[in-house]
Ligand binder design. Sequence first.
Ligand SMILES: C[S@@+](CC[C@H](N)C(=O)[O-])C[C@H]1O[C@@H](n2cnc3c(N)ncnc32)[C@H](O)[C@@H]1O
Length: 206
Amino acid sequence: MNEIWDKVYSNDSTFFGEEPSNFSQMCYKDFKKHHVNKLLELGCGQGRDTLFFASLDLDVYAIDSSKVAIESLKQKIGEQNITIKLRQFDASQGIPFDKKYFDAVYSHMFYNMRFTDVELSFLFKESSRVLKNDGLLYFSVRSDNDVLYNKGKKIDNNIYEINGFQIRFFTKEQIESFLVNHFEIKDIEECYEVPVSLYLVFCYKK
Ligand SMILES: C[S@@+](CC[C@H](N)C(=O)[O-])C[C@H]1O[C@@H](n2cnc3c(N)ncnc32)[C@H](O)[C@@H]1O
């Protein structure tokens, strides 16, 4: 189901490093302001941010379609005194939780996977469905300022194959158009997190 990521994670048990991302640390400060407790992470990978959130006493749920990622994260959880509700799941099929279940949905470089426009619209609709009425959505995506934007083999609109990865890049306008039906944007910041240029997006459920 997720051959490329299974292969990447099999070859490197800390592909994105072990430290939490800067984005997760920024979001955590905002979680505190908004009394976020029940959190869902989409595309958690090997769990650098998932473990960070769980170590700070948030009630963390996480999904990823890579079996290897989920197995390796389960092993890390077993070695620490923390709880994370993990599930191997392909989010393009929907988000496998009840409506209004979470205070916040978080993801780092997840929506820029190779999703079609239809799948992305569905994913944002699903993200809204599982959020409580005053819920928050936090995500980062590769931006049109990224050094690899417009490079590699074009697969579809804004999707390029680069070194075996199929990556979608976003303009600010595209982010806004995907969110307009379900979310109100609080802020979009630009940031460089070696080696990628990102938009960091903070929104409220409408
Ligand atoms: C760029 S990685 C980011 C991993 C993690 N967020 C981090 O920053 O360390 C994207 C992750 O999304 C997962 N993924 C890709 N397509 C998915 C899908 N359809 N459903 C769930 N997870 C998916 C991949 O397995 C991978 O772990």
